[in-house]
Design a protein around this ligand. Structure first.
Ligand SMILES: NC(=O)C1=CN([C@@H]2O[C@H](COP(=O)(O)OP(=O)(O)OC[C@H]3O[C@@H](n4cnc5c(N)ncnc54)[C@H](OP(=O)(O)O)[C@@H]3O)[C@@H](O)[C@H]2O)C=CC1
Ligand SMILES: N[C@@H](CC=O)C(=O)O
Length: 438
């Protein structure tokens, strides 16, 4: 068998520890698949004395990640530290030093992916990142390779395990938000700073990566409209249940094609992350715990669905090792895998123009004419009402309105008008609704 392939692992937390464990546990299989044994050349961490889920020989542990990457004999660097710096400098240094790179770092890819892709091109090395989106689910390779001959028009999914876990616990076990978040952290699903999960930053980064690959565009996290789940209340969860729905944090990326003069077609992208109510009959409603699911719609293939564990050390390490085998094979053969495709410049559609349905809960005075006045406010902004439910209390009432499709701008104007009406005490909840109109 050939000379060993030297692998440096940067980070030994939830994901890194499982990468190290699997490198050992699967050593023979990996060697057979790659055609060379894999040698763990070093593991970079922040604290040498921290407890680890895996035993790492002291001589392999280092706090000098840059020194490890620049040693000159490393073939593949696995970056599972996370965050922007020092991860970016380490990846760039790895490529400059002739190593291929596997990373799970969606935050960095969504912020500054092109810098990394260009560095990989310049170095003639691979940069693979399947683990960056939806944990163990193979979704980036299908978008980049299997669907390269088709035209993807929409990607819709649950891409954050932590928030799905929290919303699922709120829905099924009546758990409080904080309690469910603590559980998700203990299970290794959450980011180092869980605000990234809760406020939708993590899902937005993944949405940007998905949209970039699906639409062969450069979409960054800054292009993604983002709302997290911190404002979702137990009341919203109850209200969804009463409607036969459930609340999920969705990532949605759409390609909008408009026909201009002379048959010229303009394409723009609309990418957003926000909580939405979906009917329990919708396939995404049955995605429980930290599982993820992604629907892809394309012109020729139609609808495809990808489903599996979206977070956690071992599932994510599975995706990392899949990439490791690919880049290791390429590295040995002196070739590169499929790089990023040529990018088209596409306009980003502002959120105000995104179209969806809405669930609006309005506290109103319980008097004659209220329903008509509220309906007029909706109609005045071009928002047509699909259903209204009225729940009476002593001297006030709650109206729950579900609209037909309208733009975010139309809905925002409606809510502003409602808030200014004397009969309206408060607009207590505004939630988008996804799924077929019934
Ligand atoms: N957890 C998950 O389910 C998933 C995570 N990811 C991504 O994988 C990456 C890693 O996540 P995760 O394992 O959860 O993160 P953790 O916080 O569990 O682990 C991070 C590791 O990086 C080490 N580290 C931090 N700073 C440095 C530094 N300056 N130099 C060297 N080592 C450093 C830490 O060292 P020490 O242990 O000494 O503190 C720790 O071992 C992130 O990009 C994340 O977004 C992707 C998919 C799923
Ligand atoms: N924190 C992330 C980890 C995987 O990407 C999540 O919860 O999905």
């Amino acid at each position: 068998m050939s000379n060993p392939l030297k692998v440096a692992v940067l980070g030994c937390g939830s994901v890194g520890s499982q990468v190290v464990r699997l490198l050992r546990a699967q050593a023979d299989d990996l060697a057979a698949r790659i055609g060379a044994p894999v040698e763990l050349a070093g593991v970079a961490v922040r604290r040498l004395d921290a407890p680890r889920e895996v035993d790492v020989p002291a001589e392999l542990l280092t706090t000098d990640a840059m020194g490890l990457v620049c040693r000159g004999d490393i073939d593949v660097v696995v970056e599972v530290i996370g965050g922007i710096e020092p991860a970016r400098s380490l990846i760039l240094a790895a490529l400059e030093n002739g190593a291929s790179v596997v990373t799970a770092n969606k935050a960095l890819l969504a912020e500054d992916g092109p810098t990394l892709y260009e560095a990989a091109d310049k170095a003639g090395r691979d940069l693979y990142y399947e683990a960056a989106v939806a944990g163990a689910i193979p979704i980036l390779r299908p978008l980049r390779e299997s669907l390269a001959g088709d035209k993807v028009t929409r990607v819709l999914g649950i891409v954050n395990g932590t928030t799905n876990f929290i919303l699922d616990r709120m829905d099924t076990a009546g758990s409080g938000f904080d309690e469910a978040l603590e559980e998700a952290q203990a299970l290794g699903y959450a980011e180092a700073d869980p605000t990234a999960d809760v406020e939708g930053f993590d899902a937005a980064a993944k949405a940007a990566i998905l949209a970039s690959l699906a639409f062969h565009s450069r979409v960054t996290a800054a292009d993604v409209h983002r709302e997290g789940i911190s404002e979702v209340t137990a009341g919203d969860a109850r209200s969804a249940r009463d409607m036969g729905s459930v609340i999920k944090l969705l990532a949605i990326a759409e390609l909008r094609t408009t026909e201009g003069e002379g048959g010229h077609r303009d394409e723009a992208v609309c990418v957003r992350v926000h909580p939405a109510m979906i009917p329990r009959s919708h396939p995404l409603a049955s995605v429980r715990e930290a599982y993820n699911a992604v629907f892809v719609e394309s012109e020729a293939a139609g609808q495809l669905m990808f489903y599996g564990p979206g977070a956690g050390g071992a599932p994510t390490a599975s995706a990392v090792l899949g990439d490791l085998v690919t880049v290791a094979r390429n590295h040995r053969q002196g070739t590169r895998g499929v790089g990023e495709s040529a990018y088209a410049d596409r306009t980003v559609v502002p959120m105000g123009e995104a179209r969806t349905r809405y669930h609006v809960a309005i506290d109103v005075d319980d008097r004659a004419g209220v329903l008509a006045a509220v309906a007029t406010a909706f109609a005045g902004h071009g928002v047509s009402i699909q259903t209204v439910r009225q729940e009476g209390r002593d001297d006030d009432a709650q109206l729950v309105v579900v609209s037909h499709e309208a733009t975010d701008a139309q809905l925002a104007a409606t809510v502003e008008e409602l808030r200014g009406m004397d009969i309206v005490r408060d607009v207590t909840s505004v939630m988008r609704v996804e799924g077929t109109e019934e």
